[in-house]
Structures are given as structure tokens and as C-alpha cells.
Design a protein. Structure first.
Length: 446
């Protein structure tokens, strides 16, 4: 199943970069224009210049930056192949503190049809094209793909934790949100072999980084086509991946809510009748107290299927919508498996957005029609203060639900999950060097 290998990571040189917090960044797809500007101001060496370059010739600019940072010693490459143990400490909105553990290594990439590495969300063409062109300009994995595996005994995490016990991390960087990331390179051959053996029978679920993975597949196919006689050990057959255990108590999935506009205005009474035809409606007054009870009731119903929170512009109520009859979804999306059909996000997109509000699947993919937010209060405010017609709030799916959908070869709608916290970019980079080969039991060698 999962074939992994250690690698010689590229890291920022501590003699050149004294404060790593000034040069790391969130993943490219969550960086707003305002955040991009702030990261640019932080340091001339911030990794945002590689993952989200704003120059007119952006891909050529990335290639120049990457090369000059290597030549000037801003980047340094590890001498020995390693697996990188990562511990993230973070705090949730309610103040609860958590810790998530995992490791970064190379994985031999495979077509999804093989069934060993599975996606769970749909992707868009534009981001895939962008990440592919970035790899052509800068042959490297700049950010790790986030994958899940299932190992209830948590043998790998316990072994890595014991191995680094009492040692200082190579990297200890504070995040803007108050969390921290600690990174240990592990070069011990026996430990690496045990990790590889532990992962051998593991199917992988891509949690975050679908576009990057599909870009890596296209990049592999491109280079494989240009180089007949490939052995399979070339670095472009691999990608940098972060592996998290589904049973890790720190694994956290946050909901991703929808702000919607662009549907044909529906008179209040007719909309109410349409909703009541399919859902039980639980109303809450649009007041500070009502919002508090509405959000509390939605969260307490997290284990119920087909539960969606809603706020429509002009409606004095917050609504919790609970599907009356699951056969409604069975009739509407006959081709969909029960695992995917029973998720609230499927009810929202197919029954509410599609059937009731009349938005086509293509329209639902347009950024000016559907906007995503992880903050439920911000989403509700946007309906009142911006030109959105409705906000829909969801509870996050559980890891086993996501795995069940992926195991059936299906994909959830885009932005169905938000694995928190995101992985920082810039802690370790994987260079794809055509003069090397990957030896899975000993890493990369020149």
C-alpha cells in the first residue's frame, strides 16, 4: 500500500534566518490578498514568494527566488535522508488546547484508480494548472500534502515520540494564531524502517492538498513521458506528504460554511413552503440570544444526519433544517452511495442549493456564487451586511465518514472539510533533483 521514503529536506538556514516565524506561511489556498501583503512585508525571504508569487511573471520569479536562495545560503539541504516528526500545539475557539502529531516523508505517488491513495473532495482545474506550472518552474514540493492513515494502536506515533523524548526540536516556531510547530528530523535507520513497515499495509486518504497531489501526478506523467526507460526510483515518482493518524486525539476537523448568492429571489412564503415540504424547521429569533441558542442547538445535533443551519436575508429567523425523510435524497441522487448521500453537505448542495434554490452544479462551483467560511458568526453577519442571500452552516463530518466515502471511490463537494490547524509551509521543502534516485530503505542518494 503506502510506500514511503526518507528524504534530504531543504530548510531555512538558521545562520541567515534567525526568526523562522517571519518566513513561514499558511498554505497558498487560505492566504487572502491582505494576508499575502502582510507576509511579503514580514521578510524578503518569506516562502509566500514561492507558493503565491504576485509578480507579473510569477512562475519565472519563483524559479529565480528558489535558485538564488539556494545559492546565497538562505536555504540549506540536509546531508542525511530523514523522516520529520511534527508536533503541532494549538487552541480551539472555545479555548481548548490540543496537540496533533504526525510525520513528514516522501510517498510514492499512484493513480487514484489503484485505490491505495484516495481523494475525498472534488477539485478545480484552475488550481491544479497553477500548481502544475509551479512545479515546472520550481522542481520541488514546497508544501506537504496532508494524508490520513488508520492505526488504532498508534504504534508509529508512540515510537517517534519516544525517540525524540528529551531532545530539543530542530525547529520550534510560533504561529500567528498562538499555536506552535515543533519539528525533529529522524535519521536513525532502524526507526525509519519500522515506520516504513508500519505504513506498508496502509491505504491513505488525502485530507488536504488534493490539487497539489493531482499536479504531482501530472508532473510525474510529463517527466516519465520525456524520459523513456524510467526505473521508478526517480524523485518525480514521489511527493512530500504529512501523515496523521485518524485515531490521534488531536485530529481536528472544523466545519466549512457556505455563503450563497445568485439564485432567483423566492417570495418568503413560497420559500418557507418549499423548505417545510422536505424539512422539519426549528426557528430561532435573529437576536444575540437567539443566535447563541441556534449555534448551540446546531452543534449539539452534530451526530444527526441531514442537519443544516440556515439564515436567509430578510427572514427574521435562524433555521435548523432536519430532513423529514431520507428517501428524498435517495430519489434525488440515486447514483450516490449511502455514505455520501447521508452527509449534510450532500443534502445542502443537492437538495437545498440545487433542487430548491435552482443553482446548477456548475453555478455552485463559481466563487462569486458560493463563498466558504470557517467562522459561523462571520457567515451570519455577511448575510446582513453584504450582498449574500443566505448562509448555510454545517457540522464537520467525522473521519470515519470521510473514509467511508473515499473507500467507495466517491468524492465529497469541494471544501467539505477543514482539517485544523493547517500545515505551515516553509518548515521543510523537498527538492526534486533529476540527478538523484529514491531508495525506499535509505532515502535519496546522488
Amino acid at each position: 500500500m503506502a510506500r514511503i521514503a526518507p528524504f534530504r529536506g531543504i530548510l531555512y538556514n538558521p545562520e541567515k534566518i534567525r526568526d523562522l516565524s517571519k518566513v513561514v506561511a499558511p498554505p497558498y489556498d487560505v492566504i487572502s490578498p491582505e494576508e499575502q501583503e502582510r507576509l511579503y512585508r514580514k521578510s524578503p525571504y518569506n516562502v509566500v514568494r514561492l507558493i503565491l508569487n504576485r509578480d507579473p511573471d510569477c512562475y519565472e520569479s519563483v524559479a529565480r527566488f528558489f535558485q538564488s536562495w539556494e545559492e546565497d545560503g538562505v536555504f540549506m539541504r540536509a546531508e542525511a535522508p530523514a523522516v520529520y516528526f511534527l508536533r503541532q500545539r494549538f487552541r480551539l475557539k472555545d479555548g481548548e488546547e490540543r496537540e496533533r502529531e504526525g510525520f513528514i516523508a516522501l510517498v510514492r505517488i499512484e493513480d487514484f484508480s489503484a485505490g491505495n491513495i484516495r481523494p475525498h473532495e472534488k477539485t478545480l482545474d484552475a488550481p491544479k494548472e497553477d500548481r502544475f506550472r509551479l512545479m515546472l518552474a520550481c522542481p520541488a514540493n514546497l508544501s506537504p500534502i496532508f494524508a490520513l492513515y488508520s492505526e488504532p494502536k498508534q504504534t508509529i506515533n508512540r515510537m517517534l515520540t519516544e525517540h525524540v523524548e528529551g531532545t530539543s526540536p530542530l525547529i520550534d516556531v510560533k504561529e500567528d494564531g498562538g499555536g506552535s510547530c515543533l519539528l525533529w528530523p529522524i535519521t536513525d535507520r532502524e526507526i525509519i524502517l519500522q515506520v516504513q513497515r508500519g505504513m506498508e499495509g496502509q491505504p491513505l486518504l488525502i485530507a488536504d492538498g488534493h490539487h497539489r497531489y493531482e499536479a504531482a501526478l501530472r508532473y510525474r506523467n510529463r517527466l516519465r513521458g520525456e524520459r523513456p526507460g524510467c526505473t521508478g526510483r526517480e524523485p518525480f515518482h514521489y511527493a512530500m506528504m504529512y501523515f496523521a493518524n485518524m485515531q490521534d486525539r488531536g485530529l481536528t476537523i472544523l466545519p466549512t460554511h457556505r455563503l450563497v448568492r445568485g439564485f432567483r429571489p423566492i417570495p418568503f412564503q413560497k420559500l418557507d413552503e418549499s423548505l417545510q415540504r422536505y424539512f422539519y424547521l426549528e426557528p430561532y429569533a435573529k437576536s444575540r440570544e437567539g443566535q447563541r441558542w441556534f449555534l448551540r442547538a446546531l452543534k449539539s445535533g452534530a451526530k444527526k444526519r441531514h442537519l443544516v443551519g440556515a439564515s436567509f436575508k430578510g427572514d427574521p429567523r435562524y433555521l435548523i433544517l432536519r430532513l423529514k425523510n431520507k428517501r428524498t435524497m435517495q430519489r434525488l441522487v440515486k447514483e450516490m452511495s449511502p455514505a455520501l448521500r447521508e452527509l449534510a453537505v450532500s443534502t445542502l448542495h443537492h437538495l437545498i442549493l440545487g433542487h430548491i434554490l435552482g443553482l446548477s452544479p456548475e453555478e455552485q462551483l463559481q466563487g462569486d456564487v458560493v463563498r466558504y467560511s470557517e467562522d459561523e458568526e462571520e457567515a451570519l453577519r455577511a448575510v446582513d451586511k453584504e450582498d449574500y442571500q443566505a448562509a448555510f452552516l454545517l457540522n464537520p463530518p467525522r473521519p470515519e465518514e470521510i473514509m467511508a466515502v473515499a473507500a467507495g471511490g466517491e468524492r465529497m463537494p469541494q471544501k467539505s472539510t477543514y482539517f485544523y490547524p493547517k500545515l505551515l509551509t516553509g518548515m521543510v521543502i523537498n527538492k526534486i533533483d533529476s540527478n538523484e534516485e529514491i531508495v525506499e530503505d535509505n532515502g535519496a542518494r546522488g
